[in-house]
Design a protein. Structure first.
Length: 181
């Protein structure tokens, strides 16, 4: 090997080392940016979660305050069935009662009840999400238990074991099958 070839080889190794060092610096900078973004993402997820729970709670309270007390018999001037209450910006999930069909639910809640009704065993939120047409991503999966709990509170579903949901009233869905959406 000639001196020129050795010098050329040393220059090549030095160039590769310099490129490697520059690449390492870029990787460290990107890792630092990712760590910062992950911290910001987690903080925003927490804010989003708190706002979502607050909005859902307020919507429930407004809905419950808007529904007249129907515990007594209807009087001569009271209708037998209360008129549906419309609250702008709130998703209304009515309490289950005999004769009320799944069609009375907002679309996403109806889809959830129908998916759970079709299952042979109780289901988890992560099993329900893809079956109602949502992407199985963390944000969608984390938002679904709130809806499932609301359906339990309103008598549509049961949760005999934590995180496992089943249909509370089979006739609710069977009577509603075949209805147009």
């Amino acid at each position: 090997m000639t001196v020129e070839e050795v010098v050329s080889m040393v220059s090549l190794i030095e160039e590769l080392e310099a490129r490697e060092a520059a690449a390492r610096v870029r990787v460290e900078e990107l890792e630092s940016q990712i760590a910062e973004l992950m911290a910001r993402l987690e903080a925003e997820r927490e804010t989003w979660s708190r706002l979502r729970v607050t909005r859902e709670t307020v919507a429930e309270v407004v809905a419950e305050m808007s529904v007249p007390d129907t515990a007594g018999e209807p009087g001569p001037e009271e209708p037998a069935e209360p008129a549906p209450v419309r609250v702008v910006g709130a998703v209304m999930v009515p309490h289950w009662r005999e004769g009320l069909l799944v069609d009375a639910l907002p679309d996403v809640y109806r889809d959830i009840v129908e998916v759970v009704a079709d299952a042979s065993t109780p289901m988890q939120a992560k099993q329900i999400v893809p079956r109602i047409g949502l992407p199985a991503v963390t944000a969608k999966i984390e938002g679904t238990p709130g809806k499932l709990k609301r359906l339990v509170e309103r008598g549509w579903l049961t949760e005999d074991q934590p995180g496992l949901f089943a249909l509370a009233h089979r006739a609710t869905v069977e009577s509603g099958e075949g209805a147009e959406r």
